[in-house]
Design a protein around this ligand. Structure first.
Ligand SMILES: [Zn+2]
Length: 1006
């Protein structure tokens, strides 16, 4: 699955709020009710209470979004919070049916064993093993109901009186266990809401052997709620609504669609059948279709899947059209779309086909799933989901106009597709044994998306951008005292949503990239398949169609390495995944040697305090840079040395050389030098010979220098002086990093008197470059004569980094162009403006128009007639009255659910906007302050970190333990409570920064 806050089109490494997911507040948790009588239920007499009420089909723009602020994860959390830790209750089932076993062993008198399981955070029995599911589902897209039958082949390896399986919000009937022609009916069916399971109790012992468990079930589809089997819809150009239905099961939602053994290690084959008047699809190719009587429906019978985890099963129905291509080895790749959007499929089809070929070659393993479909879903709130053979996406991320889309959107779409395809092997073919290893699944796919798309589009320079979209997000998540280790044991599956965060994805990807670079370079970097690649292939062969743990991968990588270094991968990586935080490598030059030591990075270091020493095993890559003016050779070849505690590197140390540590920023650590002279020379070379350094090197220096300055380890003036090299830099990665550190400084400086000098400093750097690259050819901006042409893709990236920030800063030339374009839009003189610049035009109007109120209401009232999204920019208004109006719009329920958290995040960043947003959070505490959603918790953190009123800060403290207790995090608490703590931590940081670093600071613009 792809986390919404990663590399989305507008990712802001500091404060990307991602998207919000739909509500599931309606979920109650089922209490077993009457299952009176026999397992044959008379029509109309439902054996179990329905848990969702069927809503009448809602009109677009109805008030559904007022209840749609929750993350999907609230669904799971609600279970933990709402359900009492006791079993709810038990219903007797008569022993009706002539096939009842005649064995008479008594029922266990006590049900305590169920209670014990329940309180332990249940794992299913290891002696009841599902082997195969025969599953048939018939949805009704008008009423939202669905009916199904499932027949599960089980192997029972120990005699038992009971069988436990997962089911949530389903009405079950006709339950029996069969062995051959003998049917065994349960004497009782017990529901255990805290674990979302049912237990079948048998009046006689069930012996070892093969059985079939048969269950009929009825459920109600969620409407636009991406969990279980749910309905979605799209509107065509003529305003007609089209329904579709699709599944989303990760991590624990398969149980909402059919009774199952819903744990990743319990892999089984599936034979899926779907009855519908629409076209059905599933993990596997179609086997056959046949009409269902005169109903107008067809039965779509799909081929049997290879063994797969329940969370990867998938099916759907729609009236979409499909385009298809084939890989060089003949695997069909399909992309679905509404027929009138079929022209938007070519980019996805191309990327998907070539990514399949890339991974097929890299992994060297032919998937047992013989086709790969890509299916867009409106209102899907994860960006993508890697169902085996049937990948689902948020529609706008899959269907994209390749000729007009901004570079940022194109590469985000390509990387998302590559991410999900990478999972087809790493995640689907070999699956984590338990959710503890989710980080490996996700971190690996997150890393591999860059490898694949970098190979497809080498001109995009994605491996440099890795620093911005992975390292910066991971540093930010991991520098807090409230971070967690990558590997976090989670016994209770209902707490899983906490794991889908930036540590799991971005830090996970960062440490895997470091490992890959180290192992591949260990072979001299000359082999097309080095130690990492060979070990990976071995791992896939060894665990194909099965499950594995993280250590299994380390062992596979070790096994193909040099005999003398056996175990080194495992030893090195276990420190990275089991310790929170990350190191700073401190570099000291001593008599021709370079000495490296390390300490753990913290947001703040008190003056004269001792650093926290650390002992990560760090593969340190380095080069020696020669004086470009006196040496024909600019740098020595790159080397990597494994640093354990401290390491001394022998260097030739010629005069005027510099050691460059963390080459191309392949390692997940920061670098500090203990010599001001080093920084001065570095600054000189960055300005005089920038090509000595790769874009990632330059971005890394910039980021490190500011992290050290803002944490009181390096002088602020020095950081400001070195940063002036960006004036001549036109690399998008360097500039995106620069703006990221500027934004962080903006928050730290706040309303301190230094703000004036700070704004002038930033404007002096951002202004000329933003004015030079301008709004694009569309706005007839002329490039400064003599400047080197920038490739179109990089220019688009650079523009998308610079222009929005230049608007915020009020750079005159940028603002005046934006206001002119706004006037032209309103007067109808601006036609076919690129999608990329529309939000910038609206932001300029909201922030800089001569009549801010008028501009605000124009955007609101003309939201249907103006092109693009005119509503999101409303959150940038600096006027408090209009900020309150924005809150009313959010509360009105008129917005798409995905818009709400990003708008709140944006509003919190506007002038004094945090106060308004905090009041809103308080009045909707259930939806925002006790949820596990990563995007919501990031918005809460941002809001709290920008609070200015003592009263509001105290309110935030009181929610998490008060002024003396907020630093004591509670295990397993919700993500948004951690967000409050992290926001308070950043407030403390800002206060220290002002009182220590800015005290008496005399920085003035040159
Ligand atoms: Zn993923």
């Amino acid at each position: 699955m792809k986390n919404p806050s990663d590399t989305s089109a507008d990712a802001d490494p500091q404060w990307d709020a991602g998207q919000v997911d739909p509500d599931d507040s309606e979920h109650g948790f089922l209490l077993a009710l009457d299952m009176n009588g026999s397992s044959s239920t008379s029509p109309g007499q439902k054996p179990y209470r329905r848990h969702r009420t069927k809503p009448t089909p809602a009109e677009p723009g109805s008030s559904k979004s007022s209840s749609a602020w929750f993350s999907w994860s609230k669904l799971a959390f609600a279970a933990a919070l709402v359900a009492v830790a006791s079993l709810v209750i038990i219903t007797a089932v008569s022993m009706g049916g002539s096939s009842q076993s005649e064995r008479t062993t008594a029922l266990p008198e006590s049900l305590d064993f169920l209670q014990a399981n329940s309180s332990q955070g249940l794992r299913l029995s290891s002696s009841v093993i599902p082997r195969h599911y025969d599953l048939e589902v018939t949805p009704d897209l008008e009423t939202l109901g669905f009916h199904g039958t499932v027949d599960i082949a089980l192997l029972i390896t120990e005699p038992t009186y009971h069988i436990r399986f997962h089911a949530l919000d389903l009405n079950l009937s006709n339950i029996y266990l069969a062995q051959g022609s003998t049917r065994l009916l349960p004497t009782r069916v017990v529901e255990d809401p805290p674990t979302q399971t049912f237990v079948l109790l048998f009046g006689t012992i069930v012996g070892v052997g093969d059985y079939r468990l048969s269950i009929d079930f009825d459920g109600v589809m969620g409407d636009g709620e991406p969990a279980g089997f749910y309905r979605s819809s799209y509107m065509d150009g003529s305003g007609q609504k089209h329904y579709l239905a699709i599944t989303h099961f990760e991590p624990v939602f398969a149980r909402m669609a059919f009774p199952c053994f819903d744990e990743p290690a319990l892999k089984a084959s599936f034979k899926i059948t779907v009855c519908s008047a629409l076209t059905a699809l599933s993990n596997m190719p179609l086997n056959k279709t046949e009409p269902v009587g005169a109903s107008g429906m067809s039965r779509y019978v799909f081929q049997k899947t290879p063994p797969q985890s329940t969370y990867l099963a998938a099916w759907g129905v729609s009236d979409y059209s499909r385009v298809e291509a084939r890989t060089s080895s003949g695997i069909p790749v399909g992309v679905y779309a509404p027929s009138e959007s079929i022209n938007l499929t070519s980019f996805a089809l191309d990327v998907a086909t070539r990514s399949m070929e890339f991974f097929q070659k890299l992994y060297n393993y032919t998937l047992p799933v013989p086709k790969m479909d890509h299916f867009p879903v409106p209102d899907f709130t994860s960006e993508g989901m890697e169902n085996w053979g049937l990948i689902t996406y948020e529609d706008s991320l899959l269907l994209i106009n390749r000729s007009s889309a901004p570079a940022q959107d194109l590469q985000a779409s390509a990387m998302l597709i590559a991410h999900e395809i990478a999972h087809q092997w790493f995640g689907d073919l070999v699956t984590m044994a338990w959710w503890d290893d989710l980080w490996l699944n996700e971190g690996f796919a997150e890393f591999m998306q860059y490898k694949s798309v970098a190979a497809l589009h080498p001109d995009w320079d994605l491996l440099s951008q890795f620093f911005v979209y992975e390292h910066l997000l991971a540093f930010e998540a991991d520098e807090s005292m409230f971070t967690h280790p990558i590997y976090l044991p989670v016994a209770d599956p209902l707490l899983l949503p906490m794991l889908f965060d930036d540590v799991t994805y971005n830090k996970g990807a960062s440490v895997i990239r470091m490992l890959e670079d180290w192992l591949e370079s260990a072979d001299g970097g000359h082999l097309s398949c080095g130690q990492f690649c060979r070990g990976l292939r071995q791992y896939l062969v060894q665990y194909a169609e099965s499950t594995a743990q993280t250590a299994n991968l380390w062992h596979a990588l070790d096994a193909v390495g040099p005999e003398a270094h056996k175990g080194i991968v495992n030893d090195t990586m276990s420190g990275w995944i089991s310790n929170p935080g990350f190191p700073v490598v401190l570099v000291s030059a001593q008599n021709g040697f370079v000495r490296l030591t390390q300490f753990r990075y913290t947001l703040w270091k008190d003056t004269n305090a001792t650093e926290i020493s650390s002992s990560w095993q760090i593969p340190v890559s380095y080069r020696i840079l020669m004086d470009p003016h006196s040496s024909p050779t600019h740098a020595t070849p790159a080397k990597t040395v494994l640093m354990n505690g401290h390491t001394t590197i022998m260097t030739p140390a010629p005069r005027n050389s510099l050691v460059l540590i963390n080459r191309d920023r392949v390692g997940f650590y920061r670098v500090m030098f203990d010599s001001i002279d080093y920084y001065k020379q570095l600054s000189h070379w960055l300005k005089s010979s920038p090509s000595l350094f790769s874009p990632a090197d330059r971005a890394g220096f910039l980021s490190d220098i500011w992290a050290l300055a803002t944490s009181n380890r390096l002088g602020l003036q020095l950081a400001m002086d070195i940063t002036t090299f960006v004036a001549k830099d036109r690399d998008p990665t360097v500039w995106r990093t620069c703006i990221s550190v500027f934004k962080q400084m903006d928050r730290l400086v706040g309303a301190h008197p230094f703000i004036e000098a700070w704004n002038q400093y930033k404007s002096s750097l951002v202004g000329p470059v933003a004015a030079e690259i301008g709004w694009g050819a569309f706005a007839a901006t002329k490039s400064r004569s003599g400047s080197k042409p920038i490739p179109a893709h990089a220019l688009s990236l650079l523009r998308s980094a610079l222009i929005p920030y230049a608007i915020t800063l009020g750079i005159p030339r940028v603002v005046s162009t934006g206001l002119e374009l706004f006037d032209e839009l309103l007067t109808g003189n601006l036609h076919d403006a690129p999608d990329e610049i529309l939000p910038w035009i609206y932001s300029t109007a909201v922030m800089h128009s001569s009549n801010l109120t008028e501009a605000y209401y124009i955007l609101w009232h003309l939201r249907e007639s103006l092109p693009g999204d005119t509503v999101s920019p409303l959150a940038q208004t600096p006027l408090q009255a209009l900020q309150n109006q924005t809150i009313k719009i959010i509360e009105s329920g008129e917005l798409r659910p995905q818009m709400i958290v990003p708008m709140l995040s944006s509003l919190a960043g506007a002038k004094h906007g945090a106060s308004v947003v905090w009041s809103f959070f308080l009045s909707h505490a259930d939806q925002f302050l006790s949820v596990s959603s990563n995007s919501a918790s990031q918005a809460v953190e941002k809001c709290v970190s920008l609070l200015e009123s003592a009263q509001q800060i105290r309110q935030a403290q009181d929610l998490v333990g008060g002024p003396d207790g907020w630093m004591d995090a509670e295990p397993g608490e919700s993500g948004s409570r951690t967000g409050i703590r992290r926001g308070l931590e950043r407030l403390v940081h800002s206060s220290k920064f002002k009182s220590v670093v800015l005290k008496g600071f005399k920085a003035h613009p040159e």
